[in-house]
Design a protein around this ligand. Structure first.
Ligand code: SAH
Ligand code: SF4
Ligand code: F3S
Length: 440
């Protein structure tokens, strides 16, 4: 029996797909190479913006004929669209056998048996019960051999008004520090060199635990950092409202903590930030950036921004442009606002036209590209330790590695490297998506 998992969305979904892969393999299923030859098809969906949801629905819809011709295959929808839609998914897509929310994937084999037995569709999206993230020790042969994501918490309590995540991933649940450390040690034993701690807002790690047994995120970071053999440590993502001085000082303190901070600003207008329920102001944000650069002058700061939030004025947007100029991000993910019911902002009045929103996005992206190149050029002449990713996509004897700032660096070498090897290079050129360098 073969299975195939198609994954959309963020690292949370990548992680859940890895867990499901392992559960299915342990039950004797093997991973197929195409969706059409699989007996068990899992579509792990994302619903962060309307387009992501459409992509999921169009793939699920395209399987209708396949299911009619092969009634024994089992089609399972997981991830954020599954959680959000629940039974409505099966009413719209009758060929779907199972709809599992993110908290229900762990019993996958039992659920499959049940569907086989009863022939009826199964919908499991209840997130009202107390939930603990089960321990997980990953196999090596899936995903990259040298770097891995380790979930430290699931869910989000912040309810930014535009965002679907609190509705799809439920309330914040922190994993036990001992489980996290055990997983990191296990990964190091398998040869992994770099770990990224993962959560929707890692800064609130532990806040769901009672005071007396609570470990804060900086405390956890220090513990993980000490695991012998861990060469690089990263984390993502942080809501600026909870970024503490204690976390900032970790960058000066922990040698293996990489010099990169992803700090989503979303907007450079206080009025919009308030309507987004972000709970910080532009001034607060700039203080954080200043603080980070004071402890780690070389730190790379990246961000997410949303343009065209309901009734964003031209002045609000110019605030975003000004903040970008002031911070000088190494790179930024930028998106046009998308209505995500039941997120609160869907009810906000919006007079801004689609064309105007696209114009603003293009303006932001054009300027950010220029800044990215300028920022990359600041590294020319400098020496870095790179962690090898593999042969460069450009081929011709070039290798690719990542700097501590998480920037791709390409260089020529006749040596054959393994992913995770460390080399020292001198930067010769700063480009849009990468740096060029020579071996030292
Ligand atoms: N927890 C992270 C964000 C995860 S979602 C944080 O708070 O930083 C990743 C990004 O998607 C967000 O930072 C935001 O920029 C974008 N996003 C979320 N909802 C969106 C929406 N409704 N429309 C457009 N972009 C959105
Ligand atoms: Fe969404 Fe805000 Fe939570 Fe991030 S912090 S996942 S943007 S609600
Ligand atoms: Fe998408 Fe859900 Fe992640 S909406 S971005 S898969 S948390």
């Amino acid at each position: 029996m073969k299975f195939f998992i198609e994954t959309f969305g963020c690292q949370m979904n990548d992680r859940d797909s890895l867990i499901m892969t392992q559960i299915l393999e342990q039950a004797g299923y093997s991973c197929g190479t195409s969706i059409m030859e699989a007996d068990i098809i899992v579509i792990n969906t994302c619903s962060i913006r309307g387009k992501a949801e459409q992509k999921a629905y169009s793939l699920i819809g395209s399987l209708r004929k396949h299911k009619l011709a092969n009634p024994n295959i089992i089609i399972i929808v997981t991830g954020c669209v599954a959680q959000q839609e629940g039974r409505a998914m099966v009413s719209r897509m009758q060929h779907v056998d199972m709809v599992l929310g993110p908290q229900s994937i762990y019993g996958l084999i039992d659920h499959i048996e049940k569907v086989k037995e009863t022939g009826e569709s199964l919908i499991l999206t209840d997130q009202s019960k107390r939930f603990e993230i089960p321990p997980f020790l990953p196999d090596l042969h899936h995903s990259t051999p040298h770097k891995r994501f380790v979930t430290i918490m699931q869910g989000c309590n912040n309810y930014c008004t535009y965002c679907i995540v609190p509705f799809t991933r439920g309330r914040e649940v922190s994993r036990k520090p001992a489980d996290i450390i055990a997983e990191v040690k296990h990964l190091i034993d398998l040869g992994v060199k770099e770990v990224t701690l993962l959560g929707q807002n890692v800064n609130s790690y532990g806040l769901d635990q009672p005071d007396e047994s609570r470990t804060s995120f900086p405390e956890l970071l220090r513990e993980v950092s000490k695991v012998a053999g861990l060469i690089r440590l990263r984390f993502t993502t942080s809501n600026p409202k909870d970024l503490s001085n204690d976390l900032m000082s970790c960058f000066a303190e922990l040698d293996n903590l990489c010099l990169h901070f992803h700090l989503p600003m979303q907007s450079g207008s206080d009025i919009v930030l308030e309507r987004m329920n972000r709970k910080y102001t532009v001034a607060d944000y700039l203080l954080l950036v200043k603080g980070l650069r004071a402890v780690a002058p070389d730190i790379s700061i990246t961000t997410d921004i949303i343009v065209g939030f309901p009734n964003e004025t031209d002045a609000d947007f110019m605030g975003t442009m000004a903040l970008m100029e002031e911070v000088r991000y190494d790179s930024a993910f930028s998106f046009i606002y998308s209505n995500r019911p039941p997120a609160l902002s869907c009810d906000f009045a919006d007079e801004v036209s689609k064309e105007e929103k696209s114009r603003r996005l293009a303006l932001f992206q054009k300027r950010q590209k220029e800044i990215t190149v300028e920022q990359h050029q600041r590294f020319v002449g400098r020496e870095f330790d790179l962690m090898i990713e593999g042969e460069s996509k450009m081929g011709n004897g070039q290798w690719s590695g990542r700097s501590t700032h998480n920037i791709i660096v390409n260089f020529y070498s006749e040596t054959v490297y393994q992913p995770g090897d460390m080399v020292r290079v001198r930067v010769t050129e700063g480009l849009m998506n990468s740096l060029r360098a020579e071996l030292v």
